[in-house]
Design a protein around this ligand. Structure first.
Ligand code: AMP
Ligand code: GLY
Length: 425
């Protein structure tokens, strides 16, 4: 079967790497891809917003499955348009992608179905939002309703800070995504990323993972797309995973089915765990980045078979096997990220760093120029290693990081610290 993968980040490189191992795969195409993906797939410069163009390409190259990596094309309805043209897709419809596309929608769904999450209120104007904040305890969380590339969330410590966030949102700081906002209770605890395949009907959990969202060591500094991840996540005990499935994932799948917008794809629940109980922070409707990098390293089963089973509503018979090994990914980002950063700096030593068979280097924002590899984004590389436990995977990942000669980049030096400190290592 020919497969078209949409996206060009580290997540897509990891998916491409795993898809490439499938006995079901004939040719792999990726749009737009990156310098790392180009070693595994035919990268094609399709315009992701031009759905008719993508459909034409799929017909011309006899694509059997389109796998959509990022959220924007899902929320824009690429799945709907491809399916209407008779092309099979892994990834939810526009209506089901609303679970990520509107935080207010998800909060209302949780409220209607008793799914545990932070208390909240929705607003379309500043004055009532400001008045509401006065009645609540601090800190308080202000969120743009729509897709804001991870930037639409403010944790306000004071009423003034909350008011500023509300005003900025309605003044257009997040464009259309900020036309509405959600104000919610601050949840204390430890975060984890939970993934489940959902085929409209059945739900199947994936291995557990955690990421590090803050830019600097000690989980300090600004929020980012994710500076590193590891799997398994020791906090996610089998009992806790069972609770998440029963209290959060299964009722969500059921609710989406009942409203006539069944969810098919991978549902990513951002969780807060406190006193052993899970609460939903938010949903994403795609694999996490960099969580996909560690999950793909640990997945033993055929990814393409699993994605097809999900798209075709055959999850009931699917069993996924995972390697016992742990995996850990260190993201190397351009200096300045998540703020302004330089593009085009040269990265050397990738071959030497990847020589260890336990290490995979996934490219996120790179481009090739002749035989040189240049940085081409904020998050640039995901140096990923396996080991018998998190501690060994961490050591191997940093050994590889230290072989990479890239003065224009930086990384955190403490990815996995919670898991290592827990003695899981
Ligand atoms: P989100 O985009 O909704 O995942 O929010 C980004 C980050 O903000 C999350 O990963 C959390 O670290 C934090 N966050 C969001 N909502 C809350 C909340 N209600 N309580 C505490 N932290 C939150
Ligand atoms: N790792 C966070 C995300 O993928 O949204």
């Amino acid at each position: 079967m020919n497969v078209l993968l949409i996206g060009g980040g580290g997540r897509e490189h990891a998916l491409a790497w795993k898809l490439k191992q499938s006995p079901l795969l004939d040719a792999l195409y990726c749009a737009p891809g990156n310098a790392g993906i180009a070693e595994l797939a035919n990268c094609v410069a399709l315009d992701i917003e031009d759905h008719a163009g993508i459909i034409r390409f799929c017909k011309d190259t006899r694509i059997g499955l389109v796998v959509i990596g990022p959220e924007q094309p899902l929320v824009a309805g690429l799945t709907n348009d491809l399916e209407a043209a008779g092309i099979k897709v892994f990834g939810p419809s526009r209506q089901a992608a609303w679970l990520e596309g509107s935080k207010g929608f998800t909060k209302d769904l949780c409220a209607a179905h008793g799914i545990p999450t932070a208390a909240y209120a929705r607003f379309a104007e500043a004055a009532p939002a400001r008045a509401y904040v006065e009645t609540q305890s601090l800190p308080i969380v202000i969120k743009a309703d729509g897709l804001a590339a991870g930037k639409g969330v403010t944790i306000a410590e004071t009423v003034e800070e909350a008011a500023q966030a509300i005003d900025a949102c309605f003044a257009g700081a997040y464009g259309e995504a900020g036309a509405e906002l959600v104000i919610e209770e601050f949840l204390a605890g430890e975060e984890a990323s939970f993934f489940a395949l959902v085929d409209g009907e059945m739900v199947l959990p994936l291995a557990t993972a955690q990421d590090h969202k803050r830019a600097f060591d000690g989980d300090k500094g600004p929020n980012t797309g994710g500076m590193g991840a590891y799997s398994p996540a020791p906090i996610m005990t089998p009992a806790l995973c069972a609770r998440v499935m029963e209290e959060i994932i299964a009722p969500t799948a059921k609710a989406m089915r009942e409203r006539g917008t069944p969810f098919r794809g991978v549902l990513y629940a951002g969780l807060m765990i406190a006193d052993g109980a899970p609460k939903l922070i938010e949903y994403n409707v795609r694999f996490g980045d960099p969580e996909a990098q560690v999950l793909m390293l640990r997945l033993q089963s055929d990814l393409l078979y699993a994605l097809l089973a999900t798209a075709e509503g055959r999850l009931g018979k699917l069993v996924l096997n995972w390697h016992d090994d742990a995996a850990l990914c260190v993201v190397m980002a351009a200096r300045g990220y998540p703020g302004a950063y330089e593009k085009g700096t040269e990265i050397r030593g990738l071959g030497e760093a990847a020589a260890d068979p336990n290490v995979e280097i996934f490219h996120a924002g790179t481009r090739a120029e002749g035989d040189r590899v240049l940085a081409d984004g904020g998050r640039v590389l995901g140096v990923t290693a396996r080991g018998k436990d998190i501690s060994e995977a961490q050591t191997r990942a940093y050994e590889a990081v230290d072989k990479i000669d890239w003065p224009g980049g930086f990384c955190r030096r403490d990815i996995g610290w919670r898991a290592v400190a827990r003695g899981e290592a």
